[in-house]
Design a protein around this ligand. Structure first.
Ligand code: MN
Length: 278
């Protein structure tokens, strides 16, 4: 476990992503509640990156369909390279290179393992834990599974993310119900428009070559997602924190996770009401 893979894939002179320092983070984070986040990532495919802090890095899984609150709906989660802790609050545009696209901070909070030895649980392929985020809460499990699809080599990267049955389970489609950023309140196309207004407005000034083609494709996808979404969605996105506190482009993760808890108690009541069956 280290950031070697992460660093090998990126050029930090060109990418806005943080470089990270595992040892320093491990030392400075000792004794603090464990951080988790979910980043909605519009790259060649839209997916959700589920990340949990462990030993100074963020263990990461790419979840194509995003988490489900329904215990019967098991979501494929592909294990990907560890990410720096500082990456956990990143939101913005990666203009080119590995992971090029738009990253939205979709959920953030703390996690608690329900096992004494996280490494042993991971090695066994069965990690039970609790989440306390804005959107995701309660008890969950990550279980390693066999690779999907014929002829796929079983490289041990296929996992399932499953909600356990508890007060926070339900049949609300959480990725549809709460689609916006918990950091900015923005949707994917707004994140793009804020950072690269020319690209978003004109769709002309994208860089050339493969990266430019990819970015143009992503702009088209963001536009399609925008037009597909009913305008009412924004007002029902009850988990969105106030803009004022979150619009700063902070590179540092929240220094004090208590703010998350405070906001959570204020915002969960409407979310829970809406989750209740009619
Ligand atoms: Mn990703």
């Amino acid at each position: 476990m280290a950031l070697d893979d992460y660093k090998r894939k990126r050029n930090f002179r060109e990418s806005p992503e943080p470089e990270g320092d595992q040892e320093r983070t491990r030392a400075s984070r000792r004794g603090q509640p464990r951080f988790f986040c979910v980043q909605k990532h519009l790259a060649s495919h839209l997916h959700y990156d589920f990340r949990i802090e462990h030993e100074g890095v963020l263990l990461s899984w790419a979840v194509p369909k995003g988490p489900s609150l329904d215990p019967k709906t098991k979501r494929l989660a592909m294990k990907v390279e560890d990410h720096p802790f500082e990456y956990g609050t990143f939101e913005g545009v990666i203009p080119s290179g590995y992971g090029a696209g738009i990253v939205m901070l979709w959920d953030v909070g703390t996690w608690t393992p329900l096992a004494d030895d996280v490494d042993a649980a991971l090695a066994k392929g069965d990690l039970k834990f609790e989440l306390d985020g804005y959107k995701l809460k309660g008890s969950w499990v990550l279980v390693r599974t066999r690779a999907w699809g014929k002829g796929q080599p079983d490289d041990g990267r296929s996992w399932l993310l499953i909600k356990h049955r508890d007060d926070w389970a339900g049949d609300v489609d959480i990725v549809e119900f709460a689609p916006l950023s918990v950091k900015s309140g923005h949707d994917l196309h707004e994140i793009l428009a804020e950072e690269q207004p020319d690209l978003w407005v004109s769709n002309r000034d994208a860089p050339g070559g493969a990266a430019g083609a990819m970015l143009r494709e992503i702009i088209d996808k963001a536009a399609a997602l925008k037009s597909a979404r009913p305008p009412a969605t924004r007002t029902t996105d009850a988990t969105r924190p106030s803009r004022t506190a979150t619009t700063t482009r902070a590179r540092k993760p929240p220094a004090n996770t208590n703010t998350t808890k405070k906001r959570t108690s204020r915002t969960t009541a409407p979310a829970r009401r809406a989750r209740r069956k009619p």
